[in-house]
Write a protein of this length. Structure first.
Ligand code: PXP
Length: 239
């Protein structure tokens, strides 16, 4: 049965919009866990636009399920991860001007940096996932540089409007999940998933966990965090 890791970045986005000390991502994480979330995800961006260092340290102390830290493969972030020791680090690409993570990490072009980051994190006993596009070459490379798992970028599938393009993008995700599974990599998936797109994954056994943020936090603003997480969990557990 697939798991659901809830990304609470956008609780911090609301807080940072006013420079207040509320709402607190830690409170959102507690509610997500009470609703049954299998993990809590935060992305500590280099520009600190939403999650702050303080959030990551607090979450490490309070999260009871598992803490997944998304971060760029920089020395600064590796130092923080080595100190916090999250249950999993997901390495993501990061551009300052982007609205959200656009595209997967190109681990062929950036092989040396990513491999070095994986080694440094493994030395600290931290497992590493790589957020990559559903591309067989990237998956082979993930295996080669000793990643523990990959997270398949589902953005192209979620964003496609034309039904044919959507179907094509979805089959690319499925093929990627199957290939990674065969290579003995753990398989997560995420980006842009909502209460509709998640239903397409029914019957697919290769995906371990879905990482979902924006759609859950958006629903939580209207119906409450526990209900928003429970609604998504029900869909994920029925897959
Ligand atoms: N996975 C990764 C690697 C991400 O960067 C993000 C966005 O922070 C997500 C999953 C969650 O995407 P969304 O907020 O669109 O559900």
């Amino acid at each position: 049965m697939a798991g659901l890791a809830v990304n609470v970045d956008h609780i911090a986005t609301l807080r940072q919009a006013r420079g207040t000390n509320y709402p607190d991502p830690m409170a959102a994480a507690v509610l997500a866990e009470l609703a049954g979330a299998d993990g809590i995800v935060v992305h500590l961006r280099q520009d600190r636009r939403h999650i702050q260092d303080r959030d990551v340290y607090l979450l490490k102390k309070t999260v009871a399920s598992k803490l997944i830290l998304e971060m760029a493969a920089t020395d600064e972030m590796i130092k923080i991860a080595s100190d916090v020791k999250p249950n999993l680090v997901t390495l993501v690409p990061e551009k300052r001007e982007e609205l959200t993570t656009e595209g997967g990490l190109d681990i062929i072009t950036h092989k040396t940096i990513v491999e070095k980051a994986i080694c440094a994190l493994h030395d600290q006993g931290i497992e590493v996932s790589l957020f990559i596009d559903p591309d067989p070459h990237q998956i082979n490379q993930a295996r080669e540089i000793n990643a523990d798992m990959i997270e398949i970028h589902t953005g192209a599938f979620c964003d496609a409007v034309d039904p044919e393009k959507k179907d094509h993008a979805f089959s690319t995700v499925i093929e990627a999940a199957k290939k990674a599974y065969q290579l003995n990599l753990g398989v997560n998936a995420g980006h842009g998933l909502c209460y509709n797109t998640i239903k397409r994954f029914k019957g697919l056994r290769e995906i371990d966990e879905f990482s979902i943020g924006h759609s859950i936090i958006s629903r939580a603003a209207l119906v409450g965090m526990e209900k928003a997480v429970a609604d998504m969990l029900k869909l994920v557990k029925e897959l």
